[in-house]
Design a protein around this ligand. Structure first.
Ligand SMILES: *[C@@H]1O[C@H](CO)[C@@H](O)[C@H](O)[C@H]1NC(C)=O
Ligand SMILES: *[C@@H]1O[C@H](CO)[C@@H](O)[C@H](O)[C@H]1NC(C)=O
Ligand SMILES: *[C@@H]1O[C@H](CO)[C@@H](O)[C@H](O)[C@H]1NC(C)=O
Ligand SMILES: *[C@@H]1O[C@H](CO)[C@@H](O)[C@H](O)[C@H]1NC(C)=O
Length: 396
């Protein structure tokens, strides 16, 4: 009887956590192919859509988001490997690997010059995907090593972090929580070269961030400014959140994902503890409608308070990763991931838009919200792939 009660307690939350069928819709490959075919020449990359018709806006390659669309093409190649390509699932519509490779080429000039600061980690993503397929691809090897060297060159040992954004006063050393996601390129390059300095930088950056970006309740400041010569914290503030002391949900999501990844990479338990604390804050502060708000402290009125579908898909991936590295709590993280994904899909799936999802908040203080977002869509597709790999979803 006890065993049965226990079993029901384990199964009950699962019953509520449906996998949204949109995750495997043939609308996805169709839209991604249409976007590929509409890429401008010379190449520019989609970043977000307008808020009325859902049409992509294109940006020059020297933009922090340029790697996401090529990586999306690689993600559909992965999906084809997982699900097979048929007319019904529309994965037969293109050679996704060829398209991913072609779309990556526009990023190569950024290896030697770019203005993206710490975001070279995001720019490296399609090349990391390429190496998973062809570890001998010299173009991809060079790109990953070069982007890692760019990030490493931004490390300041007095501060103990890599610099996120450049500032007019170079002694004002700015680090944002998002930077946790860029550390992965250091790990990949460390794996390729054995250069332990790259790993050391990832560890130091994480330790400093753990100390200064994360509040006692597991929430985060978006921005911490350090003095580059003394290492002292000058101020803590927001850039894209509601207020300096609020918790911007996408930053919280990047942090959960980043610290779960640091634990996966290093197996140092302090990173697992940190990822758990941050994830608990996220889940404990979810509103009752289950929709990820753009900032946890943003006012509820005027209603509806804008959501951020990209924060929702990013945290979904972060929680799924956490479930893999934290077996003791795996069921809790999986259930939360599926619940957040289901709710955001019901709110923001938009067949008539060029993006997959609406309700993205690019930058609320700059009045840029109610859009599709390229990374929101990418992490939506990746969540589908990972759910299949984890045995939590089939391909339909
Ligand atoms: C190697 O990777 C680059 C960029 O990722 C791609 O453009 C190129 O086609 C790839 N080369 C081969 C031989 O697959
Ligand atoms: C290791 O990486 C660091 C940071 O990019 C670099 O300064 C150093 O020269 C590299 N060491 C070797 C042996 O290549
Ligand atoms: C950092 O500290 C140095 C030395 O005390 C000082 O000259 C500089 O103005 C400080 N920079 C900032 C941004 O506070
Ligand atoms: C979601 O997006 C739709 C269409 O843009 C909008 O009408 C709705 O208010 C948004 N909801 C939230 C919670 O942001």
């Amino acid at each position: 009887m006890l065993a049965l009660v226990h079993l029901l307690a384990v199964l009950a939350p699962l019953a509520h956590a449906a996998v949204p069928s949109q995750l495997f819709s043939n609308i996805i490959p169709r839209k991604v192919l249409a976007t590929y075919n509409a890429l401008p020449s010379p190449i520019q990359y989609p970043q977000y859509t307008d808020s009325s018709a859902g049409k992509w806006l294109y940006f020059n390659p020297d933009t922090w988001t340029s790697g996401f669309f090529p990586t999306t093409l690689y993600a559909l190649n992965t999906r084809k490997a997982l699900c097979g390509a048929t007319p019904a699932n529309a994965l037969n519509a293109a050679n996704w690997l060829a398209l991913g490779r072609a779309a990556s080429n526009g990023l190569i000039p950024l290896e030697t010059h770019n203005n993206q600061g710490h975001d070279v980690g995001f720019l490296s993503m399609p090349f990391v995907e390429e190496l998973a397929i062809n570890p001998a691809n010299q173009t991809a090897l060079t790109a990953v090593k070069q982007f890692a060297a760019d990030l490493a060159a931004r490390f300041n040992p007095v501060v103990g972090c890599t610099r996120s954004w450049d500032t007019s006063d170079p002694t004002d050393f700015t680090v944002i929580i998002d930077n946790m996601m860029n550390l992965e390129v250091l790990w990949v390059a460390y794996g390729l070269t054995g250069n332990a300095t790259l790993r050391e930088i990832a560890l130091r950056h994480s330790d400093t961030t753990m100390k200064n970006h994360i509040r006692d309740d597991g929430s985060t400041w978006h921005v911490v400014e350090y003095n580059s010569t003394t290492g002292a914290v000058i101020r803590k503030r927001t850039a894209q959140g509601f207020s300096d002391s609020s918790t911007w949900s996408r930053g919280q999501a990047w942090g959960i994902y980043g610290f779960a990844n640091m634990y996966k990479r290093s197996r140092d338990p302090k990173y697992l503890t940190t990822a758990r604390r941050m994830a608990n804050y996220f889940l404990d502060n979810m509103p009752s409608d289950g929709i990820v708000p753009w900032d946890f402290n943003a006012p509820l009125t005027p209603a509806p308070r804008p959501a951020d579908s990209s924060a929702a898909t990013i945290v979904t991936n972060g929680l799924l990763l956490l479930s893999l590295v934290d077996p003791a709590n795996a069921q809790k993280w999986k259930n939360a991931a599926l619940s957040i994904l289901d709710k955001i899909t019901q709110l923001s799936w938009r067949p008539e838009w060029q993006s997959l999802l609406s309700n993205g908040t690019v930058n609320k203080p700059a009045n840029n919200f109610l859009t599709g977002i390229v990374y929101g869509d990418y992490y939506f597709i990746k969540a589908g792939n990972d759910l299949i790999k984890m045995g939590l979803a089939t391909c339909s």
